[in-house]
Structures are given as structure tokens and as C-alpha cells.
Design a protein around this ligand. Structure first.
Ligand code: ADQ
Length: 458
């Protein structure tokens, strides 16, 4: 059997994968089974950067190999092109994107450097799997060095409609270089369709049917592979003593009154201010909820060096103050906003104590919180998921209450429906979603991509 080589910006952990979430669990599973190498960035910067020593660590059949970046690489490649250019464009926010040429050059430089460092570690029949928007160019760089191995790519975030992507300077070159992969996986069939449309309309390629596109002498399989979570594992987490303690603390606090839960990194793609306004509208339009229903929002800060992120945090603090000032009572606080993170066990317990899971991104590749919320529920008395139509997760979770996150009234009405939904309907909807996320879990996702890569690439 071929060895698996995974490339991603951050690697690991190999042990304690439970703390890291579904992706690490899924990748470590397949890496262990096939034997493998996981290559990426150490997370630190140094003067030598990617020319510095390779840091390795091996557990059983799996080796982690990591290299540093220079501060300039970090600024141009990571904080620059990846997070200030690609992230906003791929989330349909051309208005927030920074198209500095320096960033684009840094991106090419780091892709080339990382590929150069991986090259001598590759064996002839290795199967290579590259993750996410940091490394769109990786296969093209390897091909230029004569690598003919099978190489797959998976994009964790959305791939926008061609009309949006065309706004990115040199988008056509970026997509041409992506065709160096043999298989390109996206979160949804819509993202895959957007990519195929771009190939046809912007670079003169052909859609050959069954997901295959051809251009520049290459044929590539392009499909949706919705990522899953370790659903069974997460359901178990929700019943651990640690999780139960968190469930009990919330239940004591709310005393039988329903809680709505939101859990997101602070990011403009997550629709957080819109969500707070929709909750305010719930209290305005359905006054019977005043003094009863509360919203708990858990949101660890991310990328706080970027202005757009710091602004959202300020806006959320203001909205919390405004809504609480307007509606709070002696024994009831409408919104509890916590800009911090929790362990996965604690999170599982928090989901379980919440009657409604509110997941309303303006754009999201998949959104794992939607699946974790479902996995953590009690089968006999499950909560209701309210889910944005613009999360990739909506494609595979039609039993959720699907909303347009831009519609304050629409989300408020869905919340009211969720809060008043009879037990039997809650159970039916939950069971269908739970069965599906168990069948289509993270490990099934990884295996399907690798199976298709093996079957379709010559
Ligand atoms: P993210 O944008 O990070 O991931 P998401 O899929 O929701 O979004 O995953 C976030 C993870 O972080 C979840 O596992 C969640 O439990 C955890 N988390 C969030 N807030 C937390 C907190 N306060 N404490 C502890 N843990 C917290 C990107 C894409 C997504 C895609 C994933 C996986 O943007 O669309 O689903 O990759 O492919």
C-alpha cells in the first residue's frame, strides 16, 4: 500500500487528537493506517525560516515534519495573502480584501520553498494530500520539480462563484496552477460547480461531465466531499464527567428556561453582529421570551492583529451592552458573551445544555459547530438546530431550520419556531441529522477522497 503524505499549514497533534477536533482525528486515523508523513509549518518564525532545520517527531508509523518561516514569510504569506487576500475573497468579501503585490509574491515564495523542502522526503509511490487555501500552488511547484505522484487537494473554505473570484488579480493563474492536482475536493457540490464554471468560462477549459474538467493538457476530478466530525466520539464526550459538570452549571443558572447557544471564532464570515440583532428582534417581536430565553455566545478571538477582526469584537461588546441594558431583569441576563475558548469536553456539555443551536454564518465552508451541536444532544430530548443556508453544512442537514442570516426577522421567526417546537418533531429532525453525521463522519470523508484519488488518477 502507498504511503500517505499530508501537507497543511499547521500539523498534528498526533497524540491527544481529541483536543484538536475532527480534522486531526480523521487525518491521524488514515495516516496511521497507511503509514505516513505530515508536513507543514512549526507555527514559529526564525531568521533562517524555511531554510532552517527540519523538526521531526514520530509516533508509530506516522512522522510529523515541520519547518519555520521568516517573519517576512509570515507577514506576506500567512497574515498577508492567505488571511488578508484569499480568506475575504473566498468568503465573497472582495470589499475587505487587500491585493498587495507583496503578499502574492510571498505566497508563491512560501509554496515554492515548502515544496522544495518536501521534495527530497518523497518516495515514488507516495500519495500526497494537500490541505486548504494556504497551498493552492503546492502541486504546481512539485510538478515543476518533476514529481509525478498522485496529488489531491481539499479546500476547507468556500470556493466562490466565478463572478466573485474574477475580482482577485491573477485568479486565472491561480486556478491554472490548481490543475496540477489530480483531484480537487470541495466542501459542497456548489463549490465544486463554481470551480468547474471558472475553468470553463475564465480559462477556456472543458467540463467533461462526472466532475472532470480538462484544461492545458490536464484532466482533474473536481467534486464535493462534505467534511464530517468524529460524531460517535463527540457524542461520548458529551457524557463525560467534565461535560456533565458544564451542563449542570448552565442548567442551574437558567433554571429550566431555554438557552440558545452560538460557538464561533470571532470572524466577519460568521455573521455574529447579525445574530445578536436577530436575538434582539426575537425579544421585540415575541415578548413572551423576555425574562426567559437567553443567548450564550462563546467566541475565542482569532487573527486579532487584523483590524476587521478587532472591530467585530468591539461591535459585539457594544451590542451585548445595548441589548442587556435594554431588556435585562433582576434574575435574567439576555446575552452572555464570552470571548474565550473552552475544552472540547466543556463545549460538548454546553451544547447539551442548550435548547437551540444557532449557527448563522454569512459564508462558511462547512461549519463543524452545526454537527457538534447535533452530536451532543440527548436522544430523548434533543435541541433544535437553526442553520444558515450559506453554511456548507446546510446542503446535508435539511432537517435543521434553514435561515437567511441577513434577515433579522427571518432568524427571529426561526428561533421562535425552534423554541416552541413539540418534542416529537424535535426528535424526528434530530434523529435524521444524527444518523447522517454518524454515517458521514470525518474518517469516511478522508477515505472517500483517497479512494477517488486512487481510482481516478492515472
Ligand atoms: P473554522 O472557520 O474554524 O474552520 P468551524 O467549522 O466552525 O470553523 O470549526 C471551528 C472549530 O473550533 C469547531 O470544532 C469548534 O468546536 C471549535 N471552537 C469554536 N469556538 C470555540 C471555543 N470558544 N472553544 C473551543 N472550541 C471552539 C474551517 C472552515 C469551516 C470548516 C472547517 C473544517 O472555515 O467552514 O467546517 O474549516 O473543514
Amino acid at each position: 500500500m502507498s504511503r500517505l503524505v499530508v501537507v497543511s499549514n499547521r500539523v498534528g497533534p498526533l497524540k491527544d487528537t481529541g483536543k484538536a477536533g475532527g480534522l486531526a482525528v480523521a487525518l491521524v486515523d488514515v495516516l496511521q493506517e497507511m503509514g505516513g508523513l505530515w508536513f507543514g509549518w512549526t507555527g514559529t518564525t526564525s531568521d533562517e525560516g524555511s531554510f532552517g532545520p527540519l523538526q521531526t517527531e514520530a509516533v508509530d508509523t506516522v512522522t510529523l515534519a515541520q519547518i519555520d518561516m521568516t517573519q517576512a514569510d509570515y507577514d506576506d504569506f500567512y497574515a498577508g495573502y492567505a488571511n488578508r487576500t484569499l480568506w475575504p475573497v473566498l468568503h465573497y468579501r472582495l470589499d475587505l480584501a487587500d491585493f498587495s503585490r507583496r503578499y502574492e509574491e510571498g505566497y508563491r515564495r512560501v509554496n515554492e520553498r515548502f515544496a522544495t523542502r518536501l521534495r527530497p522526503m518523497l518516495k515514488a509511490d507516495d500519495v500526497i494530500w494537500v490541505q486548504d487555501y494556504h497551498f493552492f500552488n503546492f502541486a504546481a511547484e512539485l510538478r515543476a520539480m518533476g514529481v509525478t505522484n498522485k496529488i489531491a487537494f481539499f479546500l476547507h473554505i468556500p470556493f466562490p462563484a466565478p463572478e466573485i473570484l474574477a475580482g482577485l488579480p491573477n485568479a486565472d493563474q491561480l486556478v491554472r496552477r490548481m490543475l496540477a492536482y489530480d483531484l480537487i475536493g470541495f466542501q459542497t457540490s456548489r463549490d465544486a460547480e463554481n470551480f468547474r464554471r471558472f475553468v470553463v468560462s475564465e480559462i477556456g477549459g472543458k467540463d467533461k461531465g462526472n466532475g472532470v474538467v480538462s484544461a492545458g493538457g490536464r484532466e482533474v476530478l473536481v467534486r464535493g466531499y462534505p467534511i464530517g466530525i468524529d460524531a460517535a466520539g463527540f457524542a461520548k464526550l458529551a457524557t463525560t464527567p467534565d461535560a456533565r459538570r458544564h451542563t449542570a452549571r448552565i442548567e442551574k443558572l437558567v433554571g429550566g428556561r431555554p438557552q440558545i447557544i452560538g460557538v464561533d471564532r470571532i470572524d466577519y464570515s460568521k455573521g455574529l453582529p447579525e445574530r445578536f440583532r436577530a436575538f434582539e428582534r426575537l425579544l421585540e417581536d415575541y415578548p413572551e421570551n423576555r425574562g426567559g430565553v437567553s443567548l450564550m455566545q462563546v467566541a475565542p478571538p482569532s487573527r486579532s492583529e487584523l483590524d476587521a477582526y478587532a472591530e467585530i469584537r468591539r461591535e459585539l461588546e457594544e451590542l451585548t451592552g445595548h441589548i442587556n441594558g435594554r431588556f435585562a431583569d433582576l434574575d435574567w441576563t439576555p446575552i452572555r458573551f464570552m470571548a474565550r475558548s473552552f475544552t472540547r469536553r466543556a463545549l460538548a456539555g454546553i451544547y447539551r445544555a442548550s435548547r437551540v443551536g444557532l449557527v448563522t454564518p454569512l459564508r462558511d465552508g462547512m461549519n463543524l459547530v452545526a454537527k457538534e451541536y447535533v452530536a451532543a444532544q440527548r436522544a430523548e430530548d434533543p435541541g433544535v438546530l437553526v442553520l444558515s443556508r450559506f453554511a456548507g453544512a446546510a446542503e446535508g442537514m435539511p432537517e435543521a431550520l434553514i435561515v437567511n442570516p441577513h434577515s433579522t426577522e427571518g432568524v427571529a421567526a426561526a428561533l421562535q419556531t425552534a423554541l416552541t417546537m413539540p418534542l416529537e418533531e424535535r426528535r424526528d429532525r434530530w434523529q435524521a441529522m444524527f444518523d447522517r453525521i454518524c454515517a458521514q463522519d470525518a474518517s469516511a470523508w478522508a477515505r472517500e477522497i483517497l479512494r477517488d484519488l486512487d481510482a481516478y488518477s492515472k
